[in-house]
Design a protein around this ligand. Structure first.
Ligand SMILES: *Cc1c(COP(=O)(O)O)cnc(C)c1O
Length: 303
């Protein structure tokens, strides 16, 4: 067996990923009296450094990296990106070099996400916002090999075809017992894969909670991602645009208090950028009768 086979064996298996992730019933007095049962799919427990949908999307990509004998991954993200941090951790664990192209300017001291990425050996380069917007252009992509040699490219958020297909697995793990499955939305890749996977389960719909403001574009984006990954678009999903809480990575004092209280009551660490907003949204939707009594709602804790 060649070096690559050996690396794959110690690599992917050695990552220590825990799937399928467990499902727990959420017992919360604030939900009582509405007749709606809420469950949490604990994808946050998949791996301490590659949690949730980051693993779902990266797993198939990492396999491709190893299969194709790549030694470097180049990827993109904002300065607070969970994806950047996860790619760096995966690279360290697999012995693959990682390069992060970060939107905007360097701010020192580095924030906790980028500090962790650096600690895991990621090489960070900052990309002017105007140029960053053109990151998918042939011109920009064509300039990368001269700087980084041969590499495997993973787009922002890991939402390429392989990443989207990796999220189908969430649906495969949960079976047919739920009326609604809820997940947060950043790039929409998770919702695209999850809802495609659920399309074969009659009567189950998927609801995405947008973590960013003005996210109408996400509807077209999820369609585009589904079309690219699966050759067709499913009609079993919708996106809630009103729970961004002021914008991406913005947290009101109320939302911060809600997240802290949720942690205290339920003993799980609530990721602040996506999961806190999604949990608050689900509570609000239950209170406002957005789910019918007798329905069961599964909430995917994506990180
Ligand atoms: C990255 C991330 C998301 C966003 O997922 P998309 O597939 O980009 O929509 C959601 N939740 C958590 C915890 C994340 O880290």
């Amino acid at each position: 067996m060649g070096a690559l086979g050996g690396r794959e064996e110690t690599g992917m298996a050695g990552l220590g990923v825990r799937v399928p992730s467990p499902v727990e019933r959420l017992v919360d007095s604030r939900l009582s009296g509405y007749g709606v049962e809420v469950f949490l799919k604990r994808d946050d427990l998949i791996h301490p450094e590659l949690p949730g949908n980051k693993w779902r999307k990266l797993g198939p990509n990492l396999r491709a990296v190893l299969d194709q004998g790549h030694e470097t991954i180049v990827t993109f993200g904002g300065a607070y990106s969970n994806h950047i941090r996860a790619v760096a951790a995966a690279g360290r664990a697999l012995g693959i070099a990682t390069v992060g192209l970060i939107r905007g300017e360097e701010h020192l001291p580095l924030n906790p996400s980028l500090t962790a990425a650096r600690r895991d050996g990621m090489e960070l380069h900052y990309v002017d916002r105007g140029v960053y917007r053109q990151r998918a252009s042939a011109e920009f992509l064509g300039s990368l090999p001269a700087r980084f040699g041969r590499f495997y490219l993973i787009p922002e958020g890991g939402s390429n075809d392989l990443g989207v297909r990796g999220c189908v697995q969430i649906a495969a793990e949960i079976g047919t017992s739920y009326d609604v499955v809820v997940c947060p939305c950043g790039t929409g890749g998770t919702l695209a894969g999850l809802s495609h996977g659920l399309a074969s389960v009659a009567g189950t719909r998927a609801v995405g909670i947008a973590a960013l403001k003005g996210a109408d574009f996400l509807r077209d984006e999820v369609r585009r991602l589904q079309h690219a990954a699966f050759g067709g678009v499913s009609e079993n999903w919708s996106i809630e645009l009103g729970y961004h809480g002021g914008g991406f990575a913005k947290m009101s004092p109320e939302l911060l208090a809600f997240a802290a209280e949720f942690e205290r009551l339920h003993g799980l660490a609530v990721e602040r950028v996506y999961v806190a907003k999604m949990l608050a949204a689900v509570m609000d939707m239950v209170r406002n009768g957005r789910f019918v009594g007798g329905q069961s709602v599964l909430v995917v804790v994506t990180g």
